[in-house]
Design a protein around this ligand. Structure first.
Ligand code: E4P
Length: 226
């Protein structure tokens, strides 16, 4: 399973990359707004130079010609750029064209299995089901993911399932159990994957026992009554 970090913040991307488990980055206009203040294309280039993996950059146009034009510009920034295209009619047409041109696409804002089916038929490189936003409206994001996994497996589609809008570690483990190709998540969630209270308790006990062992050794005893 590939791990992408879902942020445009260069500091967060650097921190995630330094963990050594990062396979790519996803950005969107909201994340760009949050990161703030620099030229979009330069910003994407900086990310591509930091991370050895796919970097999603989203088009703003919502018409076919506009999306194709923006996609060509974005794809020229760096070979690792994946053009993010919204799952609307013109977006599907654009994905078909870009796919035939060999330009990688991430079909974004997917909320139904039929949308995922059409994106795969159009030749999207990635499909991004937004599971957290589905949960937000009292529907199951994981049920959506399961349906997409089944449909793609039934027909052997090559489109990779990129689980997006991940909110917590349970989303990650459930996505992994279903065999999703990629999980994109905030840095906070990547860090949460590591944490376990028993690890912390166990480590503290080992350190304390080691200190006691050393003290006993220095005092000429191993501290164990035999
Ligand atoms: C990633 O590609 C998506 O844009 C992102 O995961 C959306 O997450 P959100 O629902 O938390 O905004």
């Amino acid at each position: 399973m590939k791990f992408f970090v879902d942020t445009a913040d260069l500091g967060e991307i650097k921190e995630a990359n330094e963990m050594g488990v990062l396979d790519g980055v996803t950005t969107n206009p909201s994340l760009m707004r949050k990161a703030g203040g620099s030229d979009f294309h330069e910003h994407i280039l900086k990310i591509c130079r930091m991370v050895d993996g796919d970097v999603s950059a989203e088009v703003i146009a919502t018409d076919y010609d506009g999306m194709i034009s923006e996609a060509h510009t974005l794809a020229n920034i760096h070979e690792n750029v994946v053009v993010k295209i919204p799952l609307i009619l013109d977006g599907i047409k654009a994905i078909r064209t870009l796919s035939s041109e060999g330009i990688k696409t991430n079909c974004t804002l997917c909320f139904s299995p039929n949308q995922a089916l059409i994106a795969a038929k159009a030749g999207a490189t990635y499909i991004s089901p937004f599971i957290g936003r589905v949960d937000d409206i009292s529907t199951s994001g994981m049920d959506l993911l399961e349906q997409i996994v089944t449909i793609y497996s039934n027909y052997d589609f090559q489109t990779q399932i990129l689980v997006a809008s991940i909110r917590h570690p349970l989303h990650v483990v459930e996505s992994a159990l279903m065999g999703a190709d990629v999980a994109t998540m905030p840095l906070t969630v990547i860090k949460q994957l590591i944490k376990h209270p028993l690890t912390d308790i166990g480590l503290e006990r080992f350190i304390n026992d080691w200190k006691a062992y050393q003290a006993a050794t220095e005092a000429g005893s191993n501290g164990v009554d035999v």
